[in-house]
Write a protein that binds this ligand. Sequence first.
Ligand code: B16
Ligand code: MG
Length: 214
Amino acid sequence: MNYQAIIFDLDGVICSTDEYHYQAWKKMADGMGIPFDRTINNRLRGVSRMESLEIILEQYHGPALSEERKVELATQKNDLYRESLHQLSPADLSAEVKDTLDALRAAGLKLAIGSSSKNTQFILGQLGLGSYFDAVSDGNNITHSKPDPEVFLKAAGMLGLEPAVCLVVEDAVSGAQAGHAGGFAVACVGDASQAGAGDYNLSAFSELRAIALG
Ligand code: B16
Ligand code: MG
């Protein structure tokens, strides 16, 4: 085996909640008359909620917003996002992802989550993965979000393993940078794969089997 553990990002890797994030931010931005599109949205991948809001506000040219108002806007977005998460069910976990996870686990690898999201446990529960992973490190146990490596270093720490024996899987360029900054090998899917940000740039999630198991 090439690795002892795999640490997965959540949004955009295990599930497609990235689209729900986009729709909720879009509604908030439209309400404020702020231009927001999928290109800007790509910059929000892996970035914390409040940092995401600041990126969106780069296009806002109205009167200055107080910190209270910013928290209100982020809360408004999160409420919309949580509402859409109620639609999530185990059917939203693709067979390719589930089969690959099962095969990796059966081969003896430890599996963990390393996500910037504070909604991680809720999402995992909705997907039927509430107690599936050996460790969950998320937006609730970190003070610095990606590209800082903290979330992945904490996940490796929970597993009792060094970064050198763990593979990080990411869809965000900021997440791939976080993995590299922590001394992890990184496999990318989606946006980050297209940007060539990983040590492995996958066109399908199932390719992880060959990469991890050798
Ligand atoms: P929340 P990941 C990240 O999750 C998302 O990619 C990013 O768009 C989001 O702003 C961040 O979580 C915080 O999410 O508002 O739910 O706390 O990709 O690191 O799994
Ligand atoms: Mg992601």
